[in-house]
Design a protein around this ligand. Sequence first.
Ligand SMILES: [Zn+2]
Length: 254
Amino acid sequence: MNQFLRCMDCGEGFMKTPFDQCPEYEYDPNHPYEPAQVIKRDDFQRFLTTHHGHRLEYLEIIENSFVSDKNYLEPVKTSYLKATNSKKEKFVIKRIREKIGEELRYQVIPGGYLLECTGVEVQSEEITKKLEMEFRMHPFSETKISKFLRLYRRIIRGIDLKNLERIPEEPSHPLEEFYKMDDRSLFYLLRNCRNIFMGVEYSAIEDFIYDHKDHGVLLLKARYRIQMIEEPEAKEEAAPTVIPAEVRKVIKKE
Ligand SMILES: [Zn+2]
């Protein structure tokens, strides 16, 4: 609570305590064993000096609203958090780091964000690898593998994610999610496989499909994109400078 301070005049912000609810690990590659992202008193002092006389307010960060455009372990990236102020106005906190070793910057934008699905895909590369590995003794021909992939892609074309079950597997990328194919797709996949695989090969691919449809390589991968919804902030009357009590204490110590 009360860990994020926003300057209403500049649209910048300051995170007072390390944000410990987001599912990622901030670390310094030069000192991998040191606790990451320690906020120094000086940084806070500097923020207060820069924004001296400006209107400041605390924002409350909305739990589990963390999303980022890159892999969780990638240190150079832009991340987004949702927050509200005491008047329940909504904001997006954009956390930016452009270079390794550079300090995190926070930009505060009135509004929210949506995650928009940009497509659902078959994990072709992973499926191919798995098929090659599991059937090393009696491999399927390349033609059959590519026919199988083409068939699976055709079956899921235009599929509606709303009808699919999301698999709570830990994705390595915040903008990816995995879904299980529905029974109808499974039925079509098995039936059409009869045109590609015969006899023993059909039994083998059938087992493979049942083994991997609920987890692993036959899961469908959905990709998302962060879409910002900016909302112009309500015009403020010339309000007196809002300085939270805690900040006043720090300023007095100067
Ligand atoms: Zn300011």
